[in-house]
Design a binder for this molecule. Structure first.
Ligand code: SF4
Length: 696
């Protein structure tokens, strides 16, 4: 960090990493970002974590793509084709040539083409991407990383509350006296949000931290429930059983604002703490104490992360959390609410903008004829399919089955992020036409036929929506390198070549179009966002937005939320003699998702330069493994070699493996089994074998 002499321009924008959406200021000199400082944004109040503060220099990395590229005739597809010269299988092209080639390989191919957009792009770019697929190819096979993140949470929220977004900002913990944080590791994954949680605990708030790992926030907790992986539904049902049995529920709230309570009560009768304790691994007394603490609070928040969502029972997990909040009257008042902590900086906004196969913008169903015609009227185009499209993992399966033959992938990296990633890589290799738009030669770009060099977040202007539903303005601080371009510009040029007649000349025009069919943006204009963040819904041009929603009922029939009982569903595979451990994958503080940005950020890479996994020290001792040794992890899908650390936070029969490292790609190991509602894979539970034999 320097002083004002070290820069000649300050540009206020938003952090490019997690969904907290911290506002920051890029300090720019001679066209380069010199350093970053936090500013007074609604979510961060000047705070930044290590990624936001030190993770900016990837934008200047020598690996940036600066020219459009076309695969050389006959060149092999895939990773490590020529590690010494990674661009050797491509040749440089002009923008005209590359865009023409990209469009020519897709035009007129309808259902043979699918698209993955990006939660790292702006709202306008996400909107344009889904429009391009729907208008250009007539179907809904368009998705993005929400499918790998909170799709099951959104499915449960839409089903039971009528809205897929949070009911209260995470900052509402300031008004709570009790909070549950479950299946989340905010100190590493949402670090600035975690500072509010820690302050809450220090003020005496009751913090109930539940996770199969002993996550760092547990140090601040009044209650720590380190349950067995996959034991969430049993644990939550047992807590709700206690609340019912002891009459701790809010009868007045239930009567006024909910439906299906009698069925829920009957369902819970069987889930006593004594019966559930062996399944979830938490003693009956602890379950009772946690249940009483939450139910007796005056106002309680519930936060959850991918430990809840990334299971084949992810939707059931979220249903339980929704029921817990409803039965205790903890929605729609200060200090109370449901808050799935969103992952990527714009996964909320990209989902709101319709970058999902079953919904148009604002979660309006593609199966509704009136909804589609409202959009096609604005778009001036033909009707498109009324069938829900395929999701991320389903698209990979459809490639293997020969139904999808080409893809347009913007800013996503399925060759690293998909479950059972060898299956996904084989699918990408099968495509006869793959267009990748990105800032680096990602693992996915290695399979591309055409690569379009795009802009980093600091190089573009556009709006972004954080986990709190706060819409904020991201501003261009520096120019993209070489011939790289802003993503919205590339999308427009491609659409022109597909014959879609797009004429946008600035993202503000796209935002204006979005507003025509997105009531969530009522009273929010581009001009307002130039000077302030606005939380949707905003009730008037002066209203900064509603931090808490549903105080007077829900956007469902009769304004009532629903209790949906959840039964216990076993994980898709269980440990056995051959694969005796449970593998849990996730993130680390310093690295972001597939590592394409943070592993190219000097400070972050210096702190965490090497692929690693963690196991309990006692387990390591029993196996004759020393911390720092290389071990082999093997599941039914594949094998990786990785350095192991000792960590008492990991249960003795578990292994934790971050997924940012291509040299030990965690998703070679993960299971592609899907939650039936959210279609999210079971990243958080695979049976795994740990070996040392034969490792040098
Ligand atoms: Fe960026 Fe998230 Fe860190 Fe804030 S908490 S600085 S948004 S990574």
């Amino acid at each position: 960090k320097g002083d004002s002499a070290d820069y000649d321009e300050e540009v206020q924008s938003v952090c490019p990493f997690c969904g907290v959406g911290c506002q920051l200021s890029f300090k720019v000199k001679d066209g380069k970002i010199r350093y970053v400082d936090g500013v007074e944004g609604p979510a961060n109040e000047n705070r930044l974590c290590v990624k936001g503060r030190f993770g900016f220099d990837y934008v200047d990395h020598a690996h940036r793509l600066t020219k459009p590229l076309i695969r050389r005739d006959g060149a092999e597809k895939g990773l490590n084709v020529d590690p010494a010269n990674p661009l050797s299988h491509f040749r440089e092209a002009t923008w005209e040539e590359a865009l023409d080639a990209a469009a020519a390989g897709m035009k007129g191919r309808g259902r043979e083409i699918a698209g993955f957009g990006s939660a790292k792009c702006s709202n306008e770019e996400a909107y344009l991407f889904q429009k391009l697929i729907r208008q250009g190819f007539g179907h809904n096979n368009v998705d993005h990383c929400t499918r790998l993140c909170h799709a099951s949470s959104v499915a449960a929220l839409l089903e039971n509350v009528g809205s897929g977004a949070v009911t209260a900002t995470f900052n509402e913990i300031e008004n709570a006296d009790v909070a549950i944080v479950i299946g989340a590791n905010p100190i590493e994954n949402h670090p600035v949000a975690a500072t509010y949680f820690k302050q809450f605990a220090k003020r005496g708030g009751k913090l109930i931290v539940c996770d199969p790992r002993g996550v760092g926030l547990g140090k601040f907790a009044s209650h720590r429930l380190q349950f067995k992986p996959g034991g969430d539904v049993s644990m939550l049902n047992a807590m709700m059983n206690v609340i019912v049995e002891e009459g701790l529920y809010d009868a007045e709230y239930i009567d006024r604002f909910t439906e299906n309570w009698d069925e829920m009560k009957a369902h819970l009768a069987d889930y006593t703490p004594e019966k559930m304790a062996p399944i979830c691994g938490i003693a009956p007394d602890e379950l009772r104490d946690a249940a009483r603490t939450f139910a007796n609070g005056k106002a309680g928040m519930i936060y959850w992360g991918m430990g809840i969502s990334q299971h084949i029972h992810g939707t059931d997990n979220s249903r339980c959390l929704i029921s817990l909040a409803l039965m205790t009257g903890n929605v729609g008042k200060p200090g109370a609410g449901l808050h799935p902590l969103r992952g990527q900086n714009n996964v909320q906004g990209a989902s709101d903008a319709g970058l999902i196969p079953m919904f148009l913008p604002d979660y309006q169903s593609v199966t509704d004829d009136g909804v589609r015609s409202a959009f096609t009227e604005v778009w001036g185009s033909e009707d498109f399919s009324n069938e829900k499209g395929l999701t991320v993992v389903e698209i990979m399966d459809a490639i293997h089955q020969g139904q999808i033959k080409g893809m347009y992938i913007l800013g996503e990296n399925p060759a690293m992020s998909d479950p059972d990633v060898d299956h996904a890589r084989a699918a990408l290799a099968k495509l006869d036409h793959l267009v990748v738009q990105d800032i680096f030669l990602t693992e996915t770009a290695n399979y591309a036929d055409v690569i379009l060099p795009a802009s980093a977040w600091a190089e573009k202007t556009g709006t972004v929506t954080n986990t709190n539903r706060q819409v904020q303005m991201g501003r261009r601080a520096v120019a993209p390198p070489g011939e790289a371009r802003e993503d919205w510009w590339i999308e427009v040029e491609l659409a022109k070549r597909l014959g879609l007649g797009w004429t946008y000349t600035h993202p503000s025009e796209v935002f204006a179009e979005m507003k025509l069919n997105m009531p969530s943006l009522d009273n929010i204009t581009w001009e307002r966002l130039e000077s302030e963040a606005v939380t949707y819904p905003s009730l008037s041009p002066q209203d900064p937005g509603q931090a808490i929603v549903f105080g007077d009922g829900f956007p469902r029939a009769d304004k009532r939320a629903r209790f949906t009982p959840a039964k216990i569903i076993e994980p898709d595979e269980r440990p056995d003699a051959e694969y005796p451990f449970v593998l849990i994958t996730g993130r680390q503080l310093e690295h972001w998702h597939t590592g394409s940005m943070t592993r190219r950020a000097k400070v972050l890479d210096a702190v965490e330069p090497e692929a690693n996994c963690s196991m309990h020290p006692r387990t390591l001792r029993q196996m004759g493994i020393a911390p720092g040794d290389t071990i082999r992890l093997t599941t039914r899908r594949g094998s990786v070699r990785v350095m192991v650390r000792a960590d008492r936070a990991i249960a003795e029969d578990n292994v934790f493996l971050p997924f940012a490292y291509v040299e030990a790609a965690a998703n070679i190991l993960t299971n592609a089994a899907l939650d039936p509602y959210g279609k999210i894979p079971e990243f958080k539970y695979s049976a795994v074998r740990v070996e040392t034999d034969g490792i040098a």
